[in-house]
Design a protein around this ligand. Sequence first.
Ligand code: UGA
Length: 470
Amino acid sequence: MSSKNILTIIGTGFVGLVTSAIFADKGYRIIALDINEKIIAKVNKGEAHFFEPHLQKLLERVVLKKKTLTASSEIIESIKNSNITFICVGTPSKKDGTCDLQYIEKAAKDIGKALESKNEYHLVIVKSTVVPGTTRTKVKEIIEKNSNKVAGKDFGLCMCPEFLREGQSVHDTIYPDRIIIGQYDKQSGKLAKELLKNMYYKQEEEFVSNWEAVYGKITDPPEILRFPLETAECIKYANNSFLATKISFINEFANICERIEGVDINDVAKGIGLDFRINAKFLRAGAGFGGSCFPKDLQAIINFSLEHGYQPQILESVVEVNKKQALRMVELAEEKLGTLQQKQVAILGLSFKPETDDMRNAPSLIVINSLLKKGANVIAWDPEAINEAKKEEWFGSKITYAANYQEALKDADICLLLTEWAVFKALKPQDFQKMKQPIIIDGRRIYDSKDFSKSGIEYTGIGLGITKDK
Ligand code: UGA
């Protein structure tokens, strides 16, 4: 497989658009496909339709300068003119928590129709997160039915899960820890391997210059592992489930630490994180995990497991602990203020994590809705997510949006920090002095409690044990 290949990428979400931009930057001819004309128009102007560090710059370069990426809604025609197609569409949760495969099915049908009148071999790679068995029983069968072609002979089929994190997706796509290839047959796996090993590259760009400092030096190319399709599908769910388990585990321990004098969960996490069997990553206690992946994927694999006759007790508990964890922020506020009725609550951070404006399953949704139910007035600020949060599906006009963090804090009875944006990390105790009552509940444990106690500000945080003067 060479850069002469034309790649069609169905879906322009985080995975699809970042994958498109990076392949296009490597010189591949990319057609990014979507049904949404507004998104197509935006991408064709070199603009990202969501906030993601570095993506805007990359798109400007590949769309406007290199002209290696175009977006289109002509799905079937574009696939026909390409020789590799990636499926990067969403697999959202249905109301019952199971995985909604309608976009996968539509993509497979479009590929089938395109392949019907095509005589050359075509490689199809599923990147969307799909429950085990989906690539073989849905994608393959739908393509075969609509094309009258045979998998493994007329077209190749792979399932290559994506492990990128929002907010770091450009970095993670360029420097994957490993590449997993689920293959229908050996030929498909071999072709996918040749293509995907080119994703890893050193890029001498100004926007990646500090990556070494942030993520460490990466010298070795990632290991590429090839498995049956179902194993690759399982690896994706096991990966996200394990990371979510680490978070719920540390949050559960944080709740225990809060009951012990002088114990801080951050010290406990540091202590256990040095055990290489545990490792220090994903042990940050806080208001819980959110986003478009962990909550959805956990629910989907729990349901899958139940449907197959096994009750996954650990995973069920991970979800339960996480739901309660966001509400712990409200409990702490009540412990400080008594009633929340008519109290002005400043919220710092709305997105589910920093470096994104994504509000999906953000802990802020649970926290703020509970505060509103208890009669509090909420004023919030976030460096990127305000426009997103204003949409009716999130908060609409239920809360007040501040123009900056100073406005949010001014006259507030209490401040709840929910997202660890760099701008919040840089705040000093004096930045909180203009609050009506300077009380801070740190839901991401970004401040040093000692700095605050010296300045007369009441500070508490998730996992911070009872202090002696209490
Ligand atoms: C997650 C995985 O990390 C990716 O590997 C995966 O590809 C992606 O899901 C996906 O399936 O698409 P993402 O949801 O972007 O990525 O975000 P994370 O950085 O994993 O954070 C998820 C949530 O966990 C955030 O709300 C974050 O605040 C929380 N978190 C994370 C903690 O509360 N503590 C931690 O120590 C780490």
